[in-house]
Write a protein of this length. Sequence first.
Length: 510
Amino acid sequence: MPKSGDLRLPDPSRWKALAFISLAQLMVVLDATIVNIALPHAQTALGISDANKQWVITAYALAFGGLLLFGGRIADLWGRKRTFVVGLIGFALASALGGAAQNQGMLFGSRALQGVFGALLAPAALSLLPVMFTDARERAKAFGIYGAIAGGGGAVGLILGGFLTQTLNWRWTFFVNIPFAVLAAVGAYFVIREPAGSRNRSSLDIAGVVLSALGLVSLVYGFTRAESAGWSDGLTIGMFVASAVLLLAFVVTEARIGAPLLPLRVVLDRNRGGVYLSLGLAVIAMFGLFLFLTYYLQIVQGYSPIRTGFAFLPMIAGMITGSTQIGARLMTRVPARALMGPGFLLAAVGMLLLTRLEVGSSYTGVVLPAQLLLGLGMGTAFMPAMSLATHGVEPRDSGVASAMVNTSQQVGGAIGTALLNTVAASAATAYATSHAALGAADPELLKLQSMVHGFTAAIWWAVGILVAAAAIAVTLVNAGRPEANATGTVSGPRGAEGVADEVRVPVVAH
């Protein structure tokens, strides 16, 4: 235990630093959805075929998901601040290339570069928080803000994407990243002060980098291909088999070498493992919801892109409220699973309301209350989950531990889009076949009813997935609440053995 003379005063610039870190996180998260609304316009402008349009999304997902662990390790090796700034600059340049794209090759390449630099800055951003905020209550507030942005950024992307596409053109969904990135990079350079002695200067695990990148790319591509080619497609199956072999080889390699890319102690801890797994499942449900609600509002209800974006505002408000007003306030008072479990269950109730969707459903009667419950639940659960993602790790491992959070979310998003879209398509086809008589009388109505039936069938799966996430959180996450005593020692969440991780902070008289 450190002596009182070793106590480190809180960084006076920590809240300014949080603003720039949050800005960068918002840029990365909203970029995952902002391009979706602009995609039809970009496809027409650049002459991209229907068969190739998926690569606008897939190129980013493959690079980002495949290189996250590498990016986390680079943050530990280079330093989090340096990695963060380099990632932001690279992301801005890649976005400029995408906005200026003259053909599909330039656009696909820019998206892959965005994924590469996103894989650098995302884990660096998250790993900066626990080393800058050493007081438990301040850390709770910081992760509350970060969790709200991580959860709500996707919906913000839908709003911004709709606005830019409708009022300007699709290229601005790329150009808008540049001021975000430049402002965050300049601010980070001047205000972030990373504590000394927190780097991991071990040699880079090249075998681990190759095996993890290829394994994750195979997994993400397998699910992405399943969405378009089907689960029985030969290449789809081959990707899953290759992924299993490569990731198994990765685990064996990491267990045997002295300086692994991903120390197995990071994921074998029951609290961190529970967070990674439950977050991944929750994101499966959330990504499917964004997709289905976007199609439902635009195609079935006839909303414009801007109106569709604003229709997601209640979910954003719910996430911000759940994260900053519920999660952050209760995190220092109750165990994390007492927030994560009920939070995911509340989100499941909101998802359950959406199973009542019909062609003529009222927005205020069904969609609005469902979004509020989903936002409140996800915001409440995400905040302690983000905080626990780096709980108990050594400073030298914080970058790769943070990368695991982003990896679980990215893989979860790929799985959610492919799995739930496939379920929806199958259910819609079955409904259309069984109601062929209606199709003869009113083919357009049958088309819409089949589509909505497919959405609700997939949403039932999402309900079950959120319930499973809640069960995993309650079962595996056993960290207790932080406790402060009169000496100024703030005990972090308790691990499986009941031993608290202590952070010494000074007691300041007022």
